[in-house]
Design a protein around this ligand. Sequence first.
Ligand code: C2E
Ligand code: MG
Ligand code: MG
Ligand code: MG
Length: 289
Amino acid sequence: RAKKEGRGRWTVFDPQRTAMAVSQYAMSVRMPMALDRGEFFIDYQPLCALADGSLTAVEALVRWRHPELGVLGPDEFVATAEETGLIVPLGRWVLERACEQAAHWVERFGTAAPRLNVNLAVRQARHPALVSDVGRVLRESGLDPGRLLLEITETAVIGPDDHALQALHALVDLGVSLAVDDFGTGWSNLSYLRDLPVSELKIAGAFICDLHGASGPDAVGWRIVGGLVSLAHTLGLTVTAEGVETASDAARLRAMGCDTAQGWYYGRPAPPQEISRRIADGLRGPAAG
Ligand code: C2E
Ligand code: MG
Ligand code: MG
Ligand code: MG
């Protein structure tokens, strides 16, 4: 163990930090190979209408089956991928794979197929080939652009003179929808909502999760969520709440007029076969069990 106090302050060798740095480095070196070797895969998490619980969309969430470290979640590697730039080919791969899957669901289930949400990293949103990439993926997969929604984070939000804003407008011209992800966590100037061609706000999961245990209809946190729902509707936007873990969360959000919910209460991220089963069950109807 390292010496305590005194010398500790000057320690340059912190085993834990070094291990982190090494693994970040090892990760960044291995990642391009991992993409070629097919080590990434996608789970899909349901988004459900609060009114009747029906499946309206799924969000594609990337995972990495690392040969030594096991399955890694995006919080463990997306930041590194952003730094190294690998997020661009990785994000393109996620978009291709997820659009193929969504097109397959349309082929198999028709209008009962869920729409598709895909996350867009900051670097992807600013990449000059974004619009042509999305256009090509839509053509190749045959997915109706109206069935694709791209999620951009509030922190990625883009000033009005930014050329990336033009790209977002071009995506909307293609027929694709846009949402602000993790809404309410940033401290950004809300005037960006005037300039961005978004059609949906997703209230950050952390926001809703923090409300567990908050009791009483006037808990401040819930009033803020209510305010965000009203703000979205005032602007003519649809609103989704993330991190919905309990029936009482769902009931409260429904009472507030929130449109859509995503969270463990409605389903964990799952492999595509499990989503297929769920769509099929939905088609048989709740009465059939
Ligand atoms: P996100 O877009 O906000 O996705 C929702 C995250 O919340 C997912 O974490 C999901 O598993 C988690 N979650 C869902 N329901 C609940 C719940 O009821 N309770 C709690 N506590 N958590 C819930 P995940 O899969 O670890 O993804 C983390 C983040 O990584 C995502 O946050 C997204 O920003 C990013 N990400 C995932 N896939 C991609 C991708 O393909 N490209 C990019 N650029 N980012 C991605
Ligand atoms: Mg998201
Ligand atoms: Mg989110
Ligand atoms: Mg998030």
